[in-house]
Design a protein around this ligand. Structure first.
Ligand code: AKB
Length: 307
């Protein structure tokens, strides 16, 4: 781990940011500044500034003031929301990446983390065990922007030797739901079960997608950020996944755990997005390069979310 970490987080009020803040707050010798375009609903355990991740001048003044040596860049518009306005989605997803990476190069930031997504795969993907490297033709602007940024990671790594670490994430189960994603149904259904409310699921009952529990994501991010890599190993967006889930499997699991949720199925445009993604991904490379091994299966994840 880097000694005296000085960390900047963009898009900090999303699912990943909030969980990472909780984890980083436990660490000694670590200063964290969380930033987001929105303001927090609840008090955070770290400093916060309201910043648009496209505002290069504002970010630069914060980098100069706080002398960060590490950035987690989470600001993004997710798959379902992205389809409402592809141009805005590209702007936020790719141009904020450009802003953050250019500042990181200019200010000698040692290490950056940026999450990619299974959305980089398209209809012509291998639906089962989707390989780490394969032709990719994403179906959403979110996937297109993630794939473009994956390519930029490689390019900037070769051109400027900048150390950007990345995971290609499946749907993430957590209690911090922010919204706008296609895999959000899982967190929404658990919330509904917890609150004894009926739930209308926007995906069909048998729609299979790869999923992961948030604690495994945070563990993976930390492992990846702390690994001493050879040059060859940097510049990958590593596939990782926990388990394969369908809405029906989740409904059954909730009932087994004593939460008799009533689920209605009413698939909408998000069904097409889900069907363009793989059902499972091959995460062998992450296992080989830095020892990835998930700890949470479906039952353990749902139990944790309900507790
Ligand atoms: C989404 O559903 O858009 C995200 C993702 C899979 O990247 N959760």
């Amino acid at each position: 781990m880097m000694k005296n970490q000085r960390i900047l987080i963009t898009g900090a009020l999303g699912q990943l940011g909030l969980a990472l803040i909780r984890e980083l707050s436990k660490q000694e010798n670590t200063y964290v500044l969380a930033t987001d375009i929105n303001i927090p609903k609840n008090e955070l355990s770290v400093d916060f500034e309201q910043v648009n991740a496209l505002d290069k001048n504002r970010l630069e003044s914060l980098i100069t003031k706080h002398e960060f040596n590490c950035i987690y860049h989470f600001a993004a518009i997710l798959s379902a929301n992205g389809e409402q306005n592809p141009f805005v989605s590209w702007d936020v997803n790719v141009n904020s990446f450009q802003v953050v990476v250019s500042l990181a190069i200019q200010h000698n930031i040692q290490r950056l983390f940026w999450p990619s997504s299974i959305a980089v795969y398209g209809r012509d993907k291998n639906p089962i065990n989707a390989p780490q490297q394969v032709d990719m033709n994403p179906h959403t602007i979110y996937g297109v922007s993630k794939l473009a940024s994956e390519k930029l990671i490689r390019y900037y790594h070769h051109k400027y030797n900048i150390d950007i670490r990345s995971l290609r994430l499946p749907g993430v189960l957590s209690t911090d739901l922010v919204g706008g994603g296609t895999t959000d149904y899982a967190t929404e259904m658990v919330q509904a079960a917890k609150n004894k409310m009926p739930y209308t699921c926007f995906l069909a009952p048998q729609t299979e997608l790869p999923m992961i529990y948030i604690d495994d994501v945070i563990m993976a991010i930390q492992q990846l950020m702390e690994t001493d890599f050879s040059v060859r190993q940097q510049a990958h967006s590593y596939n990782i996944m926990g388990f394969c889930l369908t809405p029906r499997k989740l409904e059954v699991q909730l009932k087994k755990l004593g939460f008799p949720v009533v689920v209605n199925y009413n698939p909408d445009y998000r069904q097409q997005i889900a069907e363009s993604w793989p059902r499972t991904t091959d995460d062998q490379l992450a296992k080989k390069d830095w020892g990835w091994s998930p700890k949470f299966d479906l039952k353990k994840s749902v139990r944790r979310m309900l507790s």
